[in-house]
Design a protein around this ligand. Structure first.
Ligand SMILES: C[S@@+](CC[C@H](N)C(=O)[O-])C[C@H]1O[C@@H](n2cnc3c(N)ncnc32)[C@H](O)[C@@H]1O
Length: 317
């Protein structure tokens, strides 16, 4: 899987060459892998460097304040880590430290509308996999709720970041999971957030991730919906980014130029830099779960207005 990361003329791009942006399982096997270890690495490096727009953002930040927001999105319980730290002084400490006032700033990048929520003790003592962990925000969130985590990714800087709060971190591609029977039927809960749609074969990637879940365990998948990411605006930006920007500096400048504000730059680079940026219809996504033996499949963000993504949870029968 070591083809060039960016728009190599040798590799057919479904979005630019075939005008396919909405995934259909018929496309499985038709496209080639690219260098997945490079596609997100720059944004995790910029996060570690604390560059504007690449830190203090819901899509990446791993500081406790942001992890508390992720915990609230999953469980509905607010200020979990903060209250554990400050006890009865939590309210006054929030006011004096300016934490409460930073609430709105912490929304840059968008909040999640997940429903139903997971019970607070849902993850406690469970063996969980963060597949495509990035800088590790979900690894840290689930570990904070008592999960025993394994985190995999292919980005060096993503793994370097995640290692700060999990020892069990491994450089492993989703597409290598079939060669790892030790990871099959091994996890009570697998989260695969924003990964499979950035690959040449989201269906194959999903099937491999689904293998990691134990019978009775759950899988939480986030993929892009055929809404914003299938829009002409996004397709035009991606075409210009891949065809006109030559150096990384030019690419970064372009991402900042189309961001609504510099503090949101990671959201733009994230969708521009990947060679593949598929959107997945809900029925296709639900069928993936069913075909892999999952039941009780639910859309967790069904009440979200203008949803860009599908948040789907299923339980393996
Ligand atoms: C949009 S980021 C999401 C990161 C993380 N799940 C989160 O929600 O913060 C996608 C991540 O998937 C990783 N990734 C992409 N292709 C992969 C592959 N084939 N195998 C494993 N990880 C991959 C990237 O390196 C990147 O860290």
């Amino acid at each position: 899987m070591s083809a060039p990361a960016s728009a190599s003329p040798a590799i057919r791009n479904p979005h630019f060459d075939d005008l396919r942006v909405v995934w259909s399982d018929e496309y499985s096997g038709q496209y080639q892998p690219v260098a997945y270890d490079q596609q997100f690495d720059d944004q995790w490096r910029l996060f570690l460097d604390r560059a504007t727009g690449f830190c203090d953002h819901t899509g990446v930040e791993t500081s406790d304040e942001y992890i508390d927001d992720r915990i609230a999105e999953l469980t509905g319980v607010r200020d979990y880590l903060w209250k554990a730290k400050w006890g009865p002084l939590a309210g006054i400490a929030a006011r004096l430290s300016g934490r409460a006032a930073r609430q709105e700033r912490r929304g840059v990048g968008g909040r999640l509308w997940l429903e139903p929520k997971f019970p607070l003790d849902f993850f406690k003592g469970k063996r969980c996999l963060d597949a495509g962990c990035g800088a590790g925000r979900w690894t840290k969130t689930l570990a904070s709720l008592g999960a025993n985590m394994k985190s995999i990714d292919v980005s060096r800087h993503g793994l370097e970041s995640t290692k700060r709060f999990n020892q069990d971190v491994e450089k492993l591609s989703l597409f290598e999971l079939d060669t790892r029977p030790d990871l099959h039927n091994a996890f009570d809960f697998t989260i695969c957030w924003g990964v499979v749609m950035c690959t040449h074969d989201p269906r194959r990637a999903f099937d491999l991730v689904a293998k990691t879940v134990k019978p009775g365990g759950s899988l939480y998948l986030m993929v892009y919906a055929p809404t914003y990411h299938a829009s002409q605006q996004v397709c035009d930006w991606r075409m210009r980014y891949h065809r006109e920007c030559r150096t990384f500096d030019e690419k970064l400048k372009f991402a900042y130029s189309v961001a609504d504000r510099p503090e949101n730059a990671i959201n733009l680079l994230d969708m521009l830099n990947t060679f593949y940026n598929w959107t997945i219809p809900q029925d296709v996504c639900f069928e993936w779960f069913r075909a892999n033996g999952f039941t009780d499949v639910v859309l967790l963000n069904r009440n979200e207005p203008h949803a860009c993504g599908l948040h789907v949870l299923g339980r393996k029968a």
